[in-house]
Design a protein around this ligand. Structure first.
Ligand code: NI
Length: 226
């Protein structure tokens, strides 16, 4: 799975997030990494409980709530409170790693990391390199998006952030536990949902679209954990 959510945050929200992060209490990113990841992690992160992380996190969560694309693609059951990181200067990369399968929030809630999300907060012109590189079965996809855009990708993939060689890369990142655990079932539901929406837009509601919507919900009922 790899899905771009264009303009998840609007320009005003991006500016708001950047203003908050300009004076935020950055800390060593290794604090939140497991033993393997800590060996390859060299970035900065905001403490989860600081005011800046909470404000930017709340802004991202509000944007997710109003994104029908996000809801249709991720079918979220739990969303990990967004964390914020910064790559610049001598703390500028995060080598190949896999995210832990289950993460604990500050409040002790367990979230299975079915889907990973990165929300870009810096414009590509503000830094060189710093791509999110996602490795899958011998191929690599490089992702670097305009500020406010987000990418969703399967939590199962080895991934990395390549060294930022100039400027600063700010991003929010977090995980989603989906109601539908399996990637292939979730993709099938998303494709069916898009096809039904397309049919509706072209021909309006009909007995056929109602029947297909019924099939969608019956599949979701079969696979969803709530
Ligand atoms: Ni990661």
């Amino acid at each position: 799975m790899l899905l771009v959510l264009p303009q998840l945050l609007d320009d005003e929200e991006v500016a708001q997030a950047r203003a908050i992060l300009a004076t935020a209490p950055w800390a060593d990113g290794r604090a939140s990494a497991g033993p393997q990841a800590a060996q390859v992690k060299n970035n900065e992160q905001l403490p989860a409980d600081c005011e800046a992380a909470r404000s930017v996190g709340a802004l991202v969560l509000r944007a997710l709530d109003r994104s029908s694309r996000f809801l249709a693609a991720a079918l979220p059951r739990k969303v990990f409170p967004p964390r914020i990181n910064r790559y610049s200067g001598g703390a500028n990369f995060y080598g190949r790693h896999v995210d832990s399968a289950v993460r604990f929030t500050e409040g002790g809630v367990r979230v299975r990391t079915d889907i990973s999300c990165t929300v870009f907060l810096s414009d590509p012109a503000q830094y060189d390199a710093g791509e999110l590189a996602i490795h899958e079965a011998g191929s690599t996809r490089q992702v670097k998006l305009p500020a406010g855009h987000a990418v969703l990708y399967s939590g199962t993939h080895v991934h990395e952030v390549t060294p930022v060689t100039r400027g600063t890369r700010l991003a929010a990142f977090f995980w989603i536990e989906s109601m539908v655990r399996g990637d292939s079932q979730r993709r099938l539901l998303h494709e069916l949902d898009l096809a039904i929406t397309g049919l509706r837009e072209r021909h309006g509601e009909s007995d056929t679209t109602v029947a297909l919507a019924g099939t969608y919900h019956n599949l979701l009922r079969m696979w969803a954990e709530t």
